[in-house]
Design a protein around this ligand. Structure first.
Ligand SMILES: [Cu+2]
Length: 68
């Protein structure tokens, strides 16, 4: 398991937080996801053997946000 921080742009409210939590949380290999609207950061704990940070970023982009 590995924890990574992703900087995310485009989140404006609690609904955005929920959208990302749901999208990333459903991914195989993702153990925990924590979204900070204030810091524009998403912290993800995941199994590197099942998914990658690039896949997680892709999912966030797919949900309509920008990763930095
Ligand atoms: Cu929102």
């Amino acid at each position: 398991m590995k924890t990574e921080q992703i900087n995310v742009d485009g989140m404006s409210c609690g609904h955005c937080v929920e959208t990302i939590e749901n999208a990333v949380g459903k991914m195989g290999g993702v153990n925990q996801v924590q979204v900070s609207l204030e810091n524009k950061k998403v912290s993800v704990n995941f199994d590197e053997n099942q998914t990658t940070i690039e896949d997680i970023k892709g999912k966030i982009v797919e949900a309509g946000f920008e990763t930095l």
